[in-house]
Design a protein around this ligand. Sequence first.
Ligand code: HEM
Length: 166
Amino acid sequence: MVADLLAIVRTIHLLAGVSWLGEVITINAVLLPVLFAAKREERLILLSAVFPRVFRLATVLGGLAVGTGLVLFLWSTRLQPLAAARSRWGELILAGGVLGAALFAFHLFQESGAEQSIAAHLAFTLDSDDPRETQRLLRRLAFFPRAGMLVLIAVIGMMTAAAHFL
Ligand code: HEM
């Protein structure tokens, strides 16, 4: 019974973590290029209608990945997470877990504020029609998903490597 529950939590963990990376790749490969190439009015629509939803999806997927990851880790270490640091498996899961949780915290507390203020600036600059300022703000907005993608690849790399030491 508990084993079945854990198998479900594990499946949710894998799906949420990998979907989060998939979302970030889609942002970088599809949404940002479209945003860069869009005309003023299209850009406003993207920023006000599409990006807030994308942001909320990342909150759900990241929250699920971190929450289920914590449950799995505490369960497998019998509530002694630090003792796990003595094994190669524990080291890798701990390192990946801390990195993943830090990225999620950054997403919640920092990125939301920074992104929203850049987006608000963008909407404002679009009104004043200054193309160079618009490009500068777009490049700043693009930094977050690019860095996030690299961090998520590193997290998944560590978690997958850990599986070899089970
Ligand atoms: C934040 C983004 C995260 C992503 C993308 C992610 C991704 C993954 C992936 C792909 C695996 C499967 C590895 C494999 O079997 O080959 C895994 C396993 C695991 N993750 Fe995460 N993870 C994340 C966060 C966390 C956190 C915060 C923790 C808590 C410390 C955690 C704990 C674990 C544990 C214990 C396993 C092993 C599960 C098992 O084999 O039963 N993860 N993770």
